[in-house]
Design a protein around this ligand. Structure first.
Ligand SMILES: Nc1ncnc2c1ncn2[C@@H]1O[C@H](COP(=O)(O)OP(=O)(O)OP(=O)(O)O)[C@@H](O)[C@H]1O
Ligand SMILES: [Mg+2]
Length: 246
C-alpha cells in the first residue's frame, strides 16, 4: 500500500464545516487508534478514506497513486475501494447463509470456486465461527454477526482496514475475539489499520499511534504511550480523564 496520505481535506454539510485536515500521513503496516468526542468527525474521516463521502476539496495518496477526492469518478473509485475493508458499528447481513455472506467479495472479484471455499472456511476459522457456515446470517447473535462482518472484510485481504467502533455493542467475550483477530491480521499480513473507538483501554491495548479528533480537526497525534501519559493539549487531557462532555 506504501502510505495513506490526506492533503488539504475539507468536508462540509449544508455549509457547515465538519472536517478540516491539512495533512495526515499514515504509514504502511501501522495500527492507528482514532478517538475524540461525539460529532468530532471521526466517522466522516474514515468514510472519506473509504470513498463513501465526497469532500468539498482534498486529495488522497493511496496504493501508490494520487486521487483528487472531490472529482474522483465512481468507476475510478471502485478498484481503490476494493483494496480497503470497512467494518462499521452495526453489521448488516445479506439474506443468505453465513458462508455466502463471507464469499460475496471473492465472487465479485471472480475468484474460482475451490479457492472461495478454502478462503471462506479459513477466515471463518479465524473468527471461530466455522461451525455456523450453513446458518442463515439473519439468525446470528449480534456478536456473531459482527465477527462475520469482519470475516467478510478480511477474506478479501484488504491492504487497509477501516474500523468504525466495531466492538461498541459487543460483550467482553466477542470483543476479545475481535481484538485477537485484528491483531493477528495486523501482525501476519502487515495490514494498515485505522480504528475508531470510544473505548480508551482498547486504543491503549491495540494502537501503535493515536489521533485525537476535536471539532473536525486532528488536535493531537502521538505514539500511544505518550498520547495517554503526556497529552499535550488541555482538550486531550480532559478527554482522557473523562472530563470532556462534548
Ligand atoms: N450526511 C450528513 N449530513 C449532515 N451532517 C452530517 C452528515 N454526516 C455527518 N454529519 C455531521 O458531521 C459531524 C461529524 O459527524 P461524525 O459522524 O463524523 O462524528 P463522529 O466523530 O463519528 O461522532 P460519534 O462518536 O458520535 O460517532 C456531526 O456534527 C454530524 O452531525
Ligand atoms: Mg462516528
Amino acid at each position: 500500500m506504501n502510505r495513506l496520505e490526506l492533503c488539504d481535506l475539507e468536508v462540509a454539510y449544508e455549509g457547515r464545516q465538519v472536517l478540516l485536515v491539512e495533512r495526515a500521513r499514515f504509514e504502511q503496516g501501522r495500527f492507528y487508534g482514532i478517538v475524540g468526542p461525539s460529532g468530532a468527525g471521526k466517522s466522516t474521516l474514515l468514510r472519506v478514506v473509504n470513498l463513501l463521502v465526497k469532500p468539498s476539496r482534498g486529495s488522497m495518496h493511496l496504493f501508490g497513486s494520487e486521487a483528487d477526492l472531490s472529482s474522483l469518478s465512481y468507476r475510478k473509485g471502485v478498484p481503490i475501494q476494493r483494496k480497503m475493508g470497512f467494518v462499521a458499528q452495526k453489521p448488516s447481513m445479506f439474506q443468505t447463509t453465513v458462508f455466502e455472506n463471507v464469499a460475496l467479495g471473492l465472487k465479485y472479484r471472480k475468484v474460482d470456486k475451490e479457492s472461495i471455499r478454502r478462503l471462506v472456511m479459513e477466515t471463518l476459522e479465524l473468527v471461530e465461527l466455522s461451525h455456523l457456515s450453513a446458518q442463515r446470517a439473519q439468525t446470528l447473535s449480534g456478536g456473531e454477526a459482527q465477527r462475520i462482518a469482519l470475516a467478510r472484510t478480511l477474506v478479501c485481504e484488504p491492504e487497509l482496514l477501516l474500523l468504525d467502533e466495531p466492538t461498541a455493542s459487543l460483550d467482553p467475550y466477542n470483543i476479545s475475539i475481535f481484538e485477537r483477530v485484528i491483531q493477528t491480521v495486523h501482525r501476519q499480513k502487515g495490514t494498515t489499520i485505522l480504528m475508531i473507538t470510544h473505548n480508551l483501554p482498547q486504543a491503549k491495548r491495540l494502537a501503535q499511534e493515536c489521533l485525537f479528533l476535536y471539532k473536525g480537526r486532528i488536535a493531537e497525534w502521538a505514539g500511544t504511550d505518550a498520547f495517554f501519559q503526556r497529552p499535550a493539549t488541555s482538550e486531550l487531557r480532559d478527554f482522557v480523564s473523562g472530563r470532556m462532555i462534548c
